[in-house]
Design a protein around this ligand. Structure first.
Ligand SMILES: Cc1cc2nc3c(=O)[nH]c(=O)nc-3n(C[C@H](O)[C@H](O)[C@H](O)COP(=O)(O)OP(=O)(O)OC[C@H]3O[C@@H](n4cnc5c(N)ncnc54)[C@H](O)[C@@H]3O)c2cc1C
Length: 444
């Protein structure tokens, strides 16, 4: 994404944390979030010049420090919303050349932009466009804003006060938040643009549509997708039923299927809300898992049991429809498959039963289909992702832009925020050209 690492670390070293955070925000609007959850060991810290000679510089922790310092000390900047002038120096236009204008000179004239979703892509678009003077409305399907930052990533990795502070900043910048509205159902993109006066729309509806295994028994009560499980705990406080309305059977034996970052979040959350036994069931070995190594170690330290080279074949439920067990088969690993990881195959006669009260599927997600399916002129690919120009986020429908996981599938916060940054610059350019052509035709 091009965060100016040398510059911001130098500013911190010089005792100027506010200047440091402003420098970061020229390319990344969410440093307090990214400083906590971005996989720096695979990104910037991997390429740190001292890496190999000694431990890499803790770039993520420094980013987090500068961002937290701003949250604690710079109330004036928060209210003015002026901490992050947009630099579009790294933002080529659709034809590959860089836009010639400086975004700070933009004349937004209060034009209206609708933003679908409130994840990191949408929050970035909203912040950048509000700062330029656009009237931005965020439409969110859930009752709470923040996307996966709020409902998915658990509190112990990303405190919700940090996400809430980002949202408060947007409100102070004049951004309107409208929750409990499903774009494509409650209101369509056509209505936003043709009846409600929005000159452009950004779609950042994410990839929240869960994948299941397709094995018998997945409909029993007590089988959840990872997103549903995490949403029930993070947003609905299901662990505090009946104080809160959403029920969930806590305190029993649970297993999460999969060994990615989300699986680690699920198992660690389950342990925290009282699971008696919490297992991670994965068909390959620890060498092939995709979870960050520190999250894996934390999960192990907190008591998670790892059932490597194990694959569920069916889930068993009682006559009331509740899960009571899962039948699994042990796997052996062969040659690498098309993913580059060793291919798992079942070991004959190795079936066994795990007694369980809850099964959570953490197998990845697909793009949310609602906007793509309900919007004429919007092209989606075979995977269901909205097709965009990656440099601008422009979709095949004029005036509609998209970015984040709805265009890529499962990815990271920094990638979603980067897509939002590029789309905000492109939307500004699009609206300025549109308003100029409207003015010219009015004069003629
Ligand atoms: C459990 C979990 C842990 C993760 N941990 C990390 C991590 O540590 N580090 C990292 O970098 N990444 C992590 N990720 C991935 C990261 O959260 C995503 O890449 C990022 O949130 C994607 O951002 P987005 O803006 O595309 O969409 P999202 O954050 O998914 O937000 C989309 C929003 O759009 C809303 N929406 C959907 N459809 C509609 C509609 N029709 N109308 C209105 N609103 C709609 C949704 O309710 C949601 O609020 C994690 C993901 C999960 C699930």
């Amino acid at each position: 994404m091009g965060v100016p690492i040398r510059d911001f670390i130098k500013l911190i070293a010089e005792g100027k944390p506010l200047e440091a955070v402003r420098r970061i925000k020229e390319v990344n609007s969410l440093p307090a979030v990214c400083g906590r959850v971005c996989p720096q060991e695979h990104q910037c810290e991997l390429h740190c010049v001292v890496n190999g000679k000694r431990e890499p510089v803790s770039i993520g922790a420094l980013e987090r420090f500068a961002a937290d310092y701003e949250l604690a000390h710079d109330s004036v900047a928060l209210i003015s919303g002026n901490t992050a002038p947009i630099s579009n120096g790294a933002t080529p236009s659709r034809n590959g050349s860089k836009p010639s204008h400086d975004l700070r000179d933009s004349k937004a004239d209060g034009q209206k932009v609708a933003v679908v979703g409130t994840g990191p892509a949408s929050l970035t678009v909203a912040g950048d466009l509000a700062r330029l003077g656009y009237q931005v409305t965020l439409f969110e399907a859930l009752h709470a804003s923040g996307g996966v930052l709020m409902y998915g990533i658990p509190e112990f990795r990303l405190p919700k006060t940090i996400v809430a502070a980002e949202i408060d900043k947007l409100k102070l910048q004049g951004v309107e938040l409208r929750n409990n509205i499903v774009i494509g159902k409650t209101i369509t993109i056509d209505q936003l643009m043709n009846e409600m006066g929005y000159g452009a729309v950004f779609v950042g509806s994410g990839a929240g549509s869960p994948k299941f295994m397709g094995i018998p028994g997945e409909n029993f009560k007590g089988v959840y997708s990872a997103n549903e499980f995490l949403t029930r705990v993070n947003l609905m406080r299901a662990n505090r039923f009946p104080e809160y309305d959403t029920p969930m059977k806590m305190g029993g034996r649970m297993a999460v299927i999969g060994a990615g970052d989300t699986a680690m979040d699920v198992v660690r959350t389950a342990i925290r809300v009282g699971a008696r036994e919490a297992s991670v069931v994965y068909r390959r070995s620890d060498k092939e898992m995709t979870a960050r190594i520190e999250d894996y170690r934390d999960a192990e330290e907190e008591g998670a049991v790892f059932e490597w080279q194990t694959n569920p074949v069916r889930i068993l439920g009682n006559e009331d429809g509740f899960v009571y067990a899962m039948e699994c088969v042990r796997m052996e690993l062969g040659e690498p498959d098309e993913s580059g990881r060793r291919r798992p195959t079942p070991i004959p006669d190795s079936l066994f039963i795990m007694e369980l009260d809850m099964v959570v599927m953490a197998l990845g997600t697909n793009a949310n289909p609602t906007v793509g399916q309900s919007t004429p002129g919007l092209t989606t690919n075979v995977a269901g992702h909205i097709v965009v120009d990656p440099e601008t986020g422009a979709t095949t429908r004029r005036g509609v832009f998209a970015g984040g996981e709805v265009t890529t599938g499962s990815a990271t916060v920094i990638l979603a925020a980067g897509a939002g940054k590029r789309a905000a610059a492109a939307i500004d350019e699009y609206l300025r050209i549109e308003s100029r052509s409207t003015t010219v035709s009015a004069v003629q």
